[in-house]
Design a binder for this molecule. Structure first.
Ligand code: UDX
Length: 471
């Protein structure tokens, strides 16, 4: 903080208080944000209701896997700028800015977001306030939530204490969370007074000095920026997956097509990888919550669009299941299937709404003997689907397989030796559900590589291999 304040020449621009920070919720978002704020020079206390999580973090360990985050947490536990507690009231009492980073999962009985944790956090902060402060929402919420939370804060804050609620959505990706938080593409602040905006400019002084645009907008726009960004990314993925279906029918190659359209800067190549589609703790639930909220507000086009995006995405899982059935000659009953991947994407152990695990579980349900492996997500995968078999590594997972499925594109899997693997399987058929394998290399080792929208289907594969698969 000192170096940030030193960088300001005009004394009058200094914030009236030296902001100390509390971060409520220590999941992917909160743990990363707390460590990043400490890295930016602030005194930070992270709060979580789960004592086991707090004990792990306070010991410099993470309750989940995220590259580089454990080192950052350890560095700042040691620097003295970061600590964790279960005591919300104590954390609020020693802090001036309170970041709300708790989860907003999908409700179990509807598409709407479950706002209990956000409401609980804001109410808890409000009751514990002992001096003026700023409450900064970072969780992804349906538009209109922040205005309600502002009323809640006003109603519960002790008399004589002034607390302002603003929104500051977070755009971090799992697997790249540390970098995304320290070097964001943009900083969006919603509903801030001039004083609160000045404090936020102090908090994000380093990213701003590195060139990140600082966008000060109203409360509903800030909430909608986040969900719209995720909805657009999801739409891009479903668009390319719809085109992949067309490519399959027409004998075209969706990867080459994506490269060709992606060079147009208006389109861009990123998020145009066709395959098994999106999963994880954010995109699926965020587009469903948007669908729900848009319906409540009468924005029917958004509802229709998001419904299509969701349906196309879920059909990709079904398509891969069908490809596996076709590759096994029409039924997977008693077939041995080796599955490479359990996490919803590489570089994480997160299996929430993982397309990979969904496909593995569906094939298991149809009578296949499914063995899954994943570099990081074995334990979370086993907890979610205890009936699936998990192997230590890829060679064990594919042993005796009638068909192999690549469902999460970990580097470890892309670097596998197809010649070595060929000796371990019953039939050399691999469904590359992420279109990421070096097809020439694998074909040279005798494999039939079946992608999504790449022109090779089980029907066009070598029939002798299919007979073997049925053996
Ligand atoms: C996403 C947003 O990217 C992030 O900005 C937001 O804050 C949270 O939600 P994340 O859930 O970590 O982040 O994953 P992301 O990297 O966006 O990938 C989402 C899913 O899309 C993965 O399952 C991935 O495999 C899939 N995907 C991604 C594709 O199928 N094709 C692509 O081209 C890109």
């Amino acid at each position: 903080m000192d170096e940030i304040i030193e960088g300001i020449s005009d004394e009058s621009e200094r914030p009236p208080i030296r902001p100390r920070i509390s971060v409520i919720g220590t999941g992917y978002l909160g743990a990363t944000h707390a460590a990043a704020m400490a890295e930016l020079g602030f005194d930070v206390v992270g709060v979580d209701a789960d004592p086991a999580k707090v004990a792990l973090l306070q010991a410099g360990r993470l309750p989940f896997s995220e590259p580089g985050l454990d080192e950052l947490v350890q560095t700042h536990l040691a620097s003295g700028r970061l600590r964790f507690t279960t005591d919300l009231a104590e954390a609020v009492a020693v802090s001036d800015i309170h970041f709300v980073c708790v989860g907003t999962p999908q409700q179990s009985t509807s598409h709407a977001a479950d706002l209990r944790f956000v409401e609980g956090a804001v109410a808890g902060i409000a009751r514990a306030l002992s001096h003026d402060g700023i409450v900064v929402g970072k969780s992804t919420v349906p538009v209109g939530t922040a205005a309600r939370l502002r009323e809640l804060l006003g109603a519960l804050a002790p008399e004589g204490v002034s607390a302002e609620l603003i929104w500051n959505p977070e755009f971090l990706r799992e697997g790249k969370a540390v970098d995304d938080t320290l070097h964001p593409d943009r900083v969006v602040i919603g509903g801030a007074s001039a004083e609160a905006e000045a404090v936020m400019r102090e908090v994000y002084a380093r990213p701003i000095s590195e060139g990140a645009p600082f966008l000060s907008v109203d409360l509903p726009t800030a909430e909608l920026v986040k969900v719209s960004a995720n909805a657009f990314l999801a739409t891009k993925i479903s668009f390319i997956n719809a085109i992949a279906e067309l490519c399959t029918a027409a004998g075209a190659d969706v990867g080459v097509l994506a490269d060709a359209i992606g060079v147009d800067a208006r389109i861009g190549r990123r998020f145009l990888d066709a395959g098994l589609g999106f999963g994880g703790g954010c995109l699926p639930k965020d587009i469903r919550a948007l669908m729900h909220r848009a319906g409540e507000l009468g924005a029917v086009d958004v509802v229709g669009l998001m419904q299509q995006v969701d349906e196309i995405n879920m059909r990709q899982r079904q398509r891969v299941i069908q490809l596996a059935i076709d590759a096994c000659g029409g039924s997977v009953l008693n077939a041995r299937i080796g599955v490479l991947g359990a996490a919803f994407k590489p570089l994480t152990d997160d299996v929430r709404d993982s397309p990979a695990l969904n496909v593995a579980a569906a094939l298991h349900l149809q009578g296949a003997q499914v063995t899954v492996c994943d570099p990081e997500a074995t334990e979370p995968g086993r907890r979610m689907f205890p009936t699936l078999t998990f192997a230590e590594d890829a060679t064990e997972a594919v042993a005796g397989a009638h068909v192999v499925l690549l469902l999460t594109e970990w580097e470890q899997f892309l670097g596998l030796d197809p010649v070595d693997l060929a000796r371990r399987v019953r039939a050399r058929i691999i469904i590359d559900a992420r279109n990421k394998l070096d097809t020439e290399l694998w074909s040279a080792a005798g494999w039939t590589v079946i992608g999504l929208g790449t022109g090779v289907t089980p029907a066009s594969a070598d029939t002798s291999l299919l007979q073997l698969a049925g053996a």
